[in-house]
Design a protein around this ligand. Structure first.
Ligand SMILES: O=c1ccn([C@@H]2O[C@H](COP(=O)(O)O)[C@@H](O)[C@H]2O)c(=O)[nH]1
Length: 285
C-alpha cells in the first residue's frame, strides 16, 4: 500500500495530523535514563508509549542517532513505533549521486531501518532521488521551503521566470510524482510560502515542521499543509521535552548549566503536549 494511503488511514484512526519528532538530544534526556545501555532508546520508548495515541507519525531525525549506539536506538525505535501501528518518517535529508543514493535508499528496506518515508534534498536533481522515488510503497518528502531563518537565502531566490526557487522545486517534485509517493517539506514559519506552494501542487501532502519550538503558524500549517486531509504537522522539542522546567532552558532550547532529573513525569508531559497539539490542529481541519 502507498505510504500516503497508509498515512490517511492512520490520520483517520487517531483523528490527528500530529507528527511527533523523536530528536533525543543526549544533553536533554532525563538523568535517570543514563543507567540504561541505550538512554535514547529508553527515552524514545517512553515517549512513544505516552504519545502514540495522538501520533499520525513519528519523525526521528537521524542527526540524533549517527553513532553505533544511536543506530541501534533508532532501529529499536522504528520497530517499536511500528508495533504501535504508527508510520515512521525518517528525517534524513538525503541526496547524492546515483550509486551513493542507492546505498542511502537501503535505509528504507526492512534489513536497513524499515522506515516508511524519508526526507530528501532535491538540490542534486532527479537522478539523485531516483532510488527513493522508485520505491513505490515508501514516501519521499522533498525539501521545498524549509522552516529555518536561512531557508530564504537560496530557496527564495528569484529565477529568470520570476518565480522563487522553492516554487520551482514544488512544480518539479510534482513531475517526479509518477508513483504518488512524493510529499514536500514546507515550514510553518513561512505561512505565505505555504499558501503559494499549496496553489502550485493542490494534491501533494506536506510535512510542515516549525510549530512549537520554532513558533510557526499552526493554522496555516493545517490550512495549507493538508491535501485532501492528508499531511503532517511536526513538533519535536515542544512535545518530547514538554516536561522540562521552561526556566531551566534558554529560548534557544539549549540545556541550562545544572541538569535536572524530571523522573518519569517527562513522558506524561509529552503525552499531554501531543494531545494539546492534536486538539489545536483539529480546530483548523
Ligand atoms: O524545514 C525544516 C525541515 C526539517 N526540520 C526538522 O524538524 C524538526 C523540528 O524540531 P522542533 O524541535 O519542533 O523545532 C527537527 O528535526 C528539524 O531538523 C525543520 O525544523 N525544518
Amino acid at each position: 500500500m502507498n505510504f500516503f494511503d497508509r498515512l490517511a488511514d492512520r490520520i483517520a484512526t487517531v483523528d490527528s495530523v500530529v507528527s511527533v519528532g523523536l530528536d533525543p538530544d543526549p544533553a536533554r534526556i532525563p538523568d535517570h535514563l543514563d543507567e540504561y545501555d541505550l538512554p535514547r532508546w529508553a527515552f524514545n520508548r517512553r515517549i512513544i508509549d505516552a504519545t502514540h495515541e495522538h501520533a499520525a507519525a513519528f519523525k526521528p531525525n537521524v542527526a540524533f542517532y549517527e553513532d553505533p549506539d544511536g543506530w541501534t536506538a533508532l532501529r529499536e525505535t522504528v520497530a517499536y513505533a511500528h508495533g504501535k501501528d504508527v508510520p515512521v518518517l525518517l528525517d534524513a535529508k538525503r541526496g547524492d549521486i546515483g550509486n551513493t543514493a542507492r546505498q542511502y535508499a537501503e535505509l528504507l528496506d526492512d534489513d536497513g531501518l524499515g522506515a516508511d518515508a524519508i526526507t530528501v534534498n532535491p538540490y542534486m536533481g532527479r537522478d539523485s532521488l531516483e532510488p527513493f522515488l522508485s520505491r513505490e510503497d515508501k514516501g519521499v518528502v522533498v525539501l521545498c521551503r524549509t522552516s529555518n531563518p536561512g531557508g530564504a537565502d537560496l530557496q527564495d531566490l528569484e529565477l529568470e521566470t520570476g518565480e522563487p526557487l522553492y516554487e520551482r522545486v514544488a512544480a518539479t517534485a510534482d513531475l517526479w510524482n509518477a508513483n504518488d509517493n512524493v510529499g514536500l517539506v514546507v515550514g510553518a514559519t513561512a505561512p505565505e510560502e505555504l499558501e503559494a506552494v499549496r496553489e502550485i501542487v493542490p494534491d501533494i501532502p506536506f510535512l510542515v515542521p516549525g510549530v512549537g519550538a520554532q513558533g510557526g503558524d499552526a493554522e496555516a500549517a493545517v490550512e495549507y499543509g493538508l491535501a485532501d486531509g492528508v499531511g503532517l504537522v511536526n513538533s519535536s522539542r515542544g512535545i518530547i521535552f514538554a516536561g522540562e522546567d521552561s526556566e531551566a532552558h534558554s529560548a534557544s532550547g539549549s540545556r541550562a548549566a545544572e541538569p535536572r532529573d524530571q523522573g518519569e513525569g517527562f513522558a506524561d508531559a509529552s503525552g499531554q503536549a501531543a494531545k494539546r497539539l492534536k486538539k489545536r490542529l483539529n480546530r483548523y481541519r
